[in-house]
Design a protein around this ligand. Sequence first.
Ligand SMILES: [Zn+2]
Ligand SMILES: [Zn+2]
Length: 171
Amino acid sequence: MKINIAQLKKELGGTQTFSFQTSVDELALNQREEAWTDNVLVDGVVTNKGTYYEVTGTIHATLKESCSRCLESVVSVLTIPFSEKIRETGLEETGEDSEFEFSCFTGDEMEITDLIRENILLAKPLKPVCSENCRGLCPECGANLNISTCGCNPIKIDPRLAVLEKLLSKD
Ligand SMILES: [Zn+2]
Ligand SMILES: [Zn+2]
């Protein structure tokens, strides 16, 4: 993913929008056990801030993995906002280098693939759940407690959910 900023370079304070559709493969996302699927959409705007460029936007990515409680597969469509500062390499050191994690372009083309990849990986949920109310598996017999109840210890139901529980058990 490259943004040509030849024109933007000449306009201090100027902005330039961008929009990309890229793939999980291009971003090399599935290197471990991750299961990112479908295309990844990225859109945003680059602003010429004088000594650096600010790149802000939104990434849309889809992740398929297992619920950390019941192990059913979960598809999460993530909307990931990002904002990064990018500097052209080779410019004079300013003493603010720690601010610039990605000084990743020279010339007129700004490469943002790594930036997008990092933001996607940071946004990955640590403990995905199929639903906030997922009851998980019975630690005794392994039954999926969302689907069936088993004969093991009774589950403690949150009183706030008890009303809902009553309604559901009517069918
Ligand atoms: Zn679950
Ligand atoms: Zn059980």
